[in-house]
Design a protein around this ligand. Structure first.
Ligand SMILES: [Zn+2]
Length: 409
């Protein structure tokens, strides 16, 4: 009996205190960060690289990995043990599993309602953004329903019908599919009442007289993504800048829900590009820092959740035999690329060091150019964050976000 009193009573007291405290607090400002393809090992490799910058060989934590609540989420889809981004995006946005290749619909093609719509109906403002194209699988899962994730034109048209206040990213992937169509996507967007800002200067001019706004990069690229970190120049629009613009645009007494995807972690990992993967994880962390600064100003009313949709590439800190990694090789490469970006007379490091050679030289391993099926990390801080501790399924995450915001799921 003494043992029961010793263990059960303190747990009960903690539970009662936690429930009564969390019931009178509600998250008014929610940031939902999804690192596309970012597994535990992507974090380990990036933290190893960060430590070499300080001349050490250990693990230098990212900002978000220091959040007080940590858990893991299983990521399998309705059709496969290894998910694709559209099935995982659907789970993370609607709370339901679907088949690989499907977006915002059940396996039998019925439309699902993303939490962004539920949250919007409850009176919050909504912003959806990505470092890749805004009609790609992860952002698309928050506003569209499509039996085919590759119907970018059809998905982008649903963005225009969503009525959400803010979108940000490189541009429309569907723009390439709309070339021969009667209605180009940009004109559909403006006809739906959105102003399109091409870069931050445009954004600053348009923000005060826009009810709904789309922020795209100033110079169009053929792939319509934001410039990858290793290809940036001074005029490049970045994910941290887009998140900052979204906060500025959406911040009001109504509260907001922001979903921001670090989409290029996945793209770099598909290419088994160790330097690109590390730089994109660091950039994702920098975008989260924007939210963290907002949280510090509104700690009682803000929730930040960071997770991933799946792992990509099967990256590992370590390769073949031995217990070392040579992050100095990656640093040398990154310094070279950045020097090249600021001085065109420097030789092209990309050509000198193909991605595979850099992985071999730095002793970073890869197992696939597709996705892997491991559980993904979940980190959280702020009001309602305690729900995200421990093991969960990816379908649980949107339900918990609604609960934290007082929105019926
Ligand atoms: Zn992928």
């Amino acid at each position: 009996m003494k043992r029961v009193i010793k263990f059960v009573i303190p747990i009960l007291v903690a539970f009662v205190v936690a429930s009564c405290c969390s019931s009178n607090k509600q998250a008014k400002y929610v940031f939902y960060f999804i690192g596309d393809g970012m597994g535990f090992s992507h974090i380990a490799v990036t933290e190893g690289y960060k430590s070499i910058l300080n001349g050490e060989k250990k693990s230098e934590p990212l900002l978000f990995t220091q959040f007080p609540v940590m858990g893991m989420a299983t990521s399998y889809s309705a059709s496969n043990i290894i998910t694709c981004s559209s099935a995982a995006g659907t789970a993370l946005s609607t709370g339901f599993k679907t088949n690989n290749g499907m977006l915002g619909v059940t396996p039998d093609s019925s439309s699902l309602e993303a939490i962004s719509y539920k949250i919007h109906k409850a009176g919050y403002k909504v912003g959806i953004m990505s470092s890749v194209t805004i009609d790609h699988a992860t952002p698309g899962a928050f506003y569209a329903n499509s039996v085919k994730r590759s119907d970018y034109y059809g998905i982008a048209k649903q963005l225009c019908e969503s009525n959400f206040e803010f979108f940000g990213g490189g541009g429309y992937q569907g723009a390439t599919q709309s070339i021969n169509k009667k209605f180009p996507l940009d004109s559909i967007t403006t006809a739906a009442g959105y102003n399109i800002a091409y870069g931050l200067e445009d954004f600053n001019n348009l923000k005060s007289n826009s009810e709904k706004l789309v922020l795209f990069q100033p110079q169009p690229r053929t792939d319509n993504i934001l410039p990858p970190v290793l290809e940036r120049n001074d005029s490049s629009l970045t994910l941290p800048q887009v998140v900052k613009a979204a906060v500025e645009f959406l911040n009001s007494k109504d509260g907001f829900f922001i979903m921001a995807e670090g989409g290029q972690i996945d793209w770099s990992a598909h290419s088994n590009d160790v330097a690109g993967t590390i730089m994109e994880v660091l950039d994702f962390d920098a975008a989260i820092e924007v939210a963290y600064k907002f949280y510090q100003q509104h700690p009682e009313e803000t929730l930040i959740v960071v997770t991933a949709d799946h792992e990509t590439g099967g990256i590992s800190l370590g390769r073949n035999k031995g217990y070392v990694s040579h992050f100095d090789k990656v640093k040398e490469y990154v310094d070279g690329v950045q020097k090249k970006n600021s001085d065109v007379s420097v030789d092209n490091y990309m050509e000198q060091m193909p991605v595979d050679s850099l992985s071999k030289a730095s002793l970073i391993g890869w197992t696939t150019t597709s996705h892997t099926g491991g559980a993904v990390p979940v980190f959280a801080i702020g009001t309602g964050s305690e729900q995200f501790a421990g093991r969960q399924d990816n379908t649980d995450i949107p339900k918990k976000i609604c609960k934290a915001m007082g929105v019926e799921f």
